[in-house]
Write a protein that binds this ligand. Sequence first.
Ligand SMILES: Cc1cn([C@H]2C[C@H](O)[C@@H](COP(=O)(O)OP(=O)(O)OP(=O)(O)O)O2)c(=O)[nH]c1=O
Length: 202
Amino acid sequence: MIKQNKKRIVLGSASPRRKELLEQIGIEFEIKTSDKEEIYESTIPTEIVQELALMKAGNVAMELEEAEGNVIDTIVIGADTVVVHDNKILGKPSDEAEAFHMLKSLAGDTHQVYTGVAMLVYGEDGEAKEICHAERTEVFVHEMSDEEIRNYIASGEPMDKAGAYGIQGKFAAYIDKIEGDYYNVVGLPVAYVYQQLKALDA
Ligand SMILES: Cc1cn([C@H]2C[C@H](O)[C@@H](COP(=O)(O)OP(=O)(O)OP(=O)(O)O)O2)c(=O)[nH]c1=O
């Protein structure tokens, strides 16, 4: 059942995973994306993901305002996911060699996945309130041989994903356990999003 929202909800993301996750909980929403560059200044993972999530939501809101003249009674949602291993931030790999390097470092060890969520909540007056949050999940990965890593890269799964893996795909074979929200690893802590929308009476 699709929940009829009181406010218009706009997901500012090109990620197919985020779209699926929001659909999964039955929220009615539209997708708008912006291809503006994403840059961050912070060095702390919880801050980086919130900064980037807010930038994504802000860019989409700005383009919405340009296109439609104003933004009222709307919630624009942005999100960003990074993997952190040994205090190093891993985004999407730029090539297969980097994917190999990332996966080699994650194999047989524990890392953290952080997803930042930013919600720009526009009222009737067109004024926006910002809500930002960072969710952390601990992921424990089994040992992997170099051949297993190479085969996984050959599957094509790693290249558009932070940390070069997708927990929801073939990489499931190497997940020992997680602590925290599974959906956060896939790219959107949907329970957090739903609970916020509920609290906002959206
Ligand atoms: C760790 C992990 C990440 N991912 C994905 C989620 C995100 O799509 C991607 C991280 O990249 P992001 O830069 O967070 O998002 P994106 O560029 O895909 O989409 P947009 O900026 O338009 O919202 O990695 C998985 O699908 N599974 C996983 O297990």
